[in-house]
Design a protein around this ligand. Structure first.
Ligand SMILES: CC(C)(COP(=O)(O)OP(=O)(O)OC[C@H]1O[C@@H](n2cnc3c(N)ncnc32)[C@H](O)[C@@H]1OP(=O)(O)O)[C@@H](O)C(=O)NCCC(=O)NCCS
Length: 165
């Protein structure tokens, strides 16, 4: 088993955050709502803003960032009991070794002290991610039809929730 460290990313880690986010968009383009082309144009300050406005966790192997999960509590006046997890990604050569599980667990553990439920969406057919989320207790509660459109192709998204209390 590979030696992986999972830790919270802060503003000083912005270059790692940018690197893993752009890698995710490049290597798994159909799994995320955004695109490499859009985010690669953003200045580093935009990533610094983002990393300071969310709770991001990075997975490191030998000092190199290889995975990401992002937890964001909702801030609307009637929504603060909820959070979203987004951006979950692990470098292909390090998959199937529990890295995503560690990243997700870090986000869920953080969530236990801050929110009552965690929501996420996953592209229908992304069986690896759906199995990952189910393993951690998330339950599907619906499907958004035609949630995204890539070229002329629509993709549905499965909506999942984990109730913490
Ligand atoms: C989904 C993803 C994050 C999983 O990362 P990973 O580090 O390989 O996952 P783990 O090794 O921690 O696996 C944890 C659990 O996830 C599920 N899982 C992971 N890969 C799977 C696969 N290829 N097929 C089926 N289930 C899988 C299993 O339940 C596994 O538990 P198990 O090992 O006890 O069977 C990774 O495949 C990835 O980065 N995919 C591209 C980006 C993406 O789809 N992100 C999700 C966006 S919603």
């Amino acid at each position: 088993m590979v030696d992986v460290q999972i830790r919270r990313l802060r503003v000083v880690d912005v270059e790692d955050f940018r690197e893993i986010r752009l890698t995710a968009l490049k290597k798994a383009p159909e799994m995320f709502g955004s695109t490499y082309e859009v985010e690669a144009r953003r200045p580093l300050e935009a990533f610094a803003d983002r990393v300071s406005n969310v709770v991001a966790f990075g997975a490191y192997v030998d000092g190199k960032i290889v995975g990401l999960s992002v937890f964001k509590q909702e801030d609307g006046p009637k929504d603060t009991h909820k959070a979203q997890i987004t951006g979950v990604f692990v470098e292909p050569e390090l998959r199937a070794q529990g890295v995503a599980s560690g990243l997700l667990q870090a986000a869920i553990d953080y969530g236990r002290d801050h929110v009552e439920q965690i929501m996420l969406t996953v592209v229908e057919g992304n069986e690896a991610a759906i199995a990952l989320y189910k393993k951690h207790g998330f339950k599907p509660y619906g499907v958004e039809p035609r949630a995204t459109k890539i070229g002329s192709e629509y993709h549905n998204e499965v909506l999942m929730v984990l109730f913490l209390r």
